[in-house]
Write a new protein. Structure first.
Length: 738
């Protein structure tokens, strides 16, 4: 029988764009001519819930609960329940607006008498000043988001306490060393959200009629729903084989031994999914018998009543060039909803707009950070994709999805590959918008940032982690705070937004270092070189250097016992004995204000309700770091690129003290303005010729040394000319040294 795959992401991930794992797998299966259908049950369930019919059922269900159990609810939920007709009346129009199909509704939403309002709207007065910088569409999106969050609050309190827009029953999946609690929850009657999920799944299984059901579980918040889906299929279609893969099993289930998991799943695969899935398909085919022993790649299964891990396949993992282009067909791309939870423009990018997801390089080229899972394949195995192939995939995806926005989901995009990709985009004259995750390393010069911007890069996010040089060294981050400041300045001045991942509570971090780290962050925002950030509390994971060698970092693990289910987050005690939890609220509140450009003059003590020491960081530390000028040394092998067009020229004569000579005026036009420079006639002629040679559209690239040699075959004093005012002007308008 021919294998037919059904590949899903269970609820819930993002609302605005599909999580890419299923599209990656479908793209690979296409290269093998294996039939597959994919679905994002998260968006399907959300659209079912947040509809006229869905809200009608929701309010009826909650009404029944109140009457049957005498359920006591908050004033906020009473208000929403009382306004249920208003919610039912407006929901379809609001969802259509957030799908980008009903833009004129923005005018009505912004009048603030159209949407029913509950507690989420209380924060509006604080944010009112921010709307001055937002257009009508954005303000309406933000108000519509608050409206959906009000309904979500009602669902959590009155219908299903596990509900959340981008996660469901996350607590049950978050490092559950034992399967007991999750198993017990799965023996209960399905919840209201479960019943919506199961009705959609039933319809799809009956339409697709798969022989093999793949469930990708990226996060703990998808785990419960994944098991519910598998449970229903096992009970109703026992002939369908079921496999789980994705980010959650890759990090959490590497020491799985609880056989009850296999009441729901036939297989659980780890790391890159292509070869494991290919082997499973082969094992199910009629050819399997003639093969004799079945081959598996990084796969858990049940044999003779015991959990076994098999990795006897002779196949190597595929190179990134061989896995195909992600395929988004089957997914309802026009039905995803863009929301704006917070006004910060960088924060919005995760939840607003449709992004095609791609990867520049598998793994991380740095691969040393001590808090990171660097022993696992998704970090350890570094393999970049050629820029030309990346551009081919981008063009293919634009044709397929109709969207030209790309989020490169790399652990850390390599600067050299980003440069090559930007040049390829510009050579092909592609109009794209893209953003990615980086390391704040010194390769990101002013000119490289300008090139990235010209190619369509609008934002980068990167780990500053703990803004302390001692701790950055301990983390083995390979950067200093001063270097981060300069790199973020280069991005910001090029017009690329910067988001920083920040960390507190790293092993051996003192209270003084936490305070000093906050001061560094305050100064970076005040200098205008950071636009966005987020504080994460350090978590000890099993596969990180800190988890593997805790004694090197002054850490004692709470237990060495390995659980039978999920094992990743580890409880530990730090030799400092500091309770880092207490800093959480103050760090996050201060950052929220800094992101809105306010409260830089507050004392750091004002953010905390307990005594903290004064910072030891000089108040102008970041300012002084940014004042340092770069030297004039240019590497001979640096590439010289001209992003601009051909100038118009005019020759005129200049006279002084009875002597006259010919000059050239060159007029350039960029997208915003026109400007002119003047040189001698000979220099002007050479300049026109060399700009054509080093134009970004020219397939051959020229090094700085080649440009210098070319000049010196015609003229003298290259350095004098290169550092002159006319060339400095061109450097401002697209003459780049990379």
């Amino acid at each position: 029988m021919k294998t037919k795959l059904f590949v899903i992401t269970p609820p819930f991930t993002q609302l605005n764009t599909p999580y890419p794992a299923t599209a990656y797998i479908k793209g690979f299966l296409n290269t093998k001519n294996i039939e597959s259908v994919q679905a994002d049950l998260g968006i399907d369930v959300i659209l079912e819930l947040f509809s006229k019919k869905g809200l009608n059922n929701l309010f009826k269900t909650s009404s029944l609960k109140f009457e049957t159990f005498g359920f006591e609810i908050s004033d906020n939920s009473k208000r929403i329940f009382a306004l249920q007709d208003e919610y039912i009346k407006t929901i379809d129009a609001v969802i259509q607006f957030l799908q980008g199909k009903n833009p004129t509704l923005a005018l009505q939403i912004c009048q603030e008498d159209f949407l029913p309002e509950a507690s989420r709207f209380a924060q509006l007065e604080e944010l009112d000043w921010a709307f001055g910088t937002m257009g009508t569409q954005d303000k309406a999106k933000h108000l519509a988001t608050l409206y959906l969050e009000d309904i979500s609050d009602f669902i959590v309190e009155c219908v299903d306490e596990n509900f959340g827009f981008s996660r469901y029953a996350e607590r049950l999946g978050r490092s559950a060393n034992s399967f007991d609690e999750l198993y017990e929850a799965l023996q209960q009657e399905p919840t209201y959200i479960d019943s919506v999920l199961i009705s959609i799944l039933k319809e799809k299984i009956e339409a697709v009629k798969p022989t093999f059901f793949l469930i990708s579980v990226p996060f703990p918040g998808n785990l419960y729903s994944a098991f519910r889906c598998a449970q229903w299929v096992k009970q109703n279609h026992p002939e369908i084989k079921i496999s789980m893969g994705g980010g959650f099993p890759n990090t959490e289930l590497r020491s799985l031994s609880d056989k009850r998991v296999f009441e729901f799943f036939d297989f659980i695969t780890l790391d890159d999914g292509e070869v494991p899935i290919e082997e499973l398909i082969e094992n199910m085919s009629s050819r399997a018998e003639s093969r004799g022993e079945k081959h598996y790649k990084r796969t858990f299964l049940l044999e003779k009543g015991e959990v076994v891990y098999k990795n006897n396949s002779l196949k190597h993992d595929y190179k990134q060039s061989q896995v195909g282009t992600p395929d988004y067909s089957d997914l309802p791309l026009d039905k995803y909803i863009s929301v704006i939870e917070i006004v910060n423009p960088m924060h919005r990018m995760w939840s607003d707009g449709r992004w095609n997801k791609l990867t520049m390089a598998h793994g991380c080229y740095w691969g040393k950070c001590t808090f990171c899972d660097i022993s696992l394949d998704y970090i350890k195995v570094y393999e970049p994709v050629a820029a030309s192939l990346l551009c081919d995939r981008m063009e293919e995806m634009i044709l397929q999805t109709g969207q030209n926005g790309f989020h490169f989901v790399d652990e850390a995009a390599p600067p050299a590959l980003m440069r090559a990709l930007a040049l390829e985009i510009l050579k092909r004259k592609l109009a794209v918008t893209w953003w990615t995750n980086i390391r704040f390393e010194k390769s990101f010069s002013k000119d490289l940032c300008l090139l990235l911007k010209a190619s369509g890069c609008i934002a980068v996010s990167g780990g500053l982690e703990v803004a302390s040089d001692r701790l950055l060294k301990l983390i083995d981050k390979g950067v200093t705070v001063e270097q981060v400041a300069k790199v973020t300045r280069n991005f910001t001045e090029a017009g690329i937004m910067v988001h920083a991942y920040l960390m507190y509570g790293y092993p051996t971090q003192t209270i003084q270092e936490t305070v000093d780290s906050l001061e560094m962050v305050r100064q970076l925002f005040e200098a205008g070189v950071l636009q966005s950030g987020f504080w994460h509390q350090f978590a000890l994971t099993a596969h990180s250097p800190v988890g593997l060698y805790p004694e090197k970092f002054g850490v004692t693990k709470a237990s060495e016992t390995i659980g039978t289910f999920a094992n990743n987050d580890i409880e530990y005690t730090d030799s400092t004995g500091i309770n880092h939890d207490k800093f959480s609220f103050g760090l996050k509140k201060s950052l929220f204000n800094f992101m809105h450009g306010i409260c830089f003059d507050y004392e750091l003590q004002d953010w905390f309700d307990f005594k903290i020491p004064k910072t030891k960081i000089h108040p102008d530390f970041i300012f002084n770091a940014l004042e340092e000028q770069n030297d004039f040394n240019t590497k001979p092998n640096a590439k010289v690129i001209w992003l601009g067009g051909k100038p118009s020229t005019e020759i005129f004569t200049k006279s002084k003290k009875g002597r006259s000579w010919e000059m050239m005026s060159l007029t350039f036009h960029d997208k915003k303005q026109s400007f002119a420079i003047q040189t001698s006639n000979e220099e002007g002629k050479w300049l026109i010729e060399i700009l054509t040679k080093i134009s970004v559209s020219n397939p051959k690239s020229y090094t700085f040394q080649e440009v210098k040699n070319d000049f010196e075959t015609h003229l003298e004093d290259f350095e004098l000319f290169w550092y002159s005012k006319p060339i400095n002007t061109l450097r401002e308008f697209g003459l780049l040294v990379l």
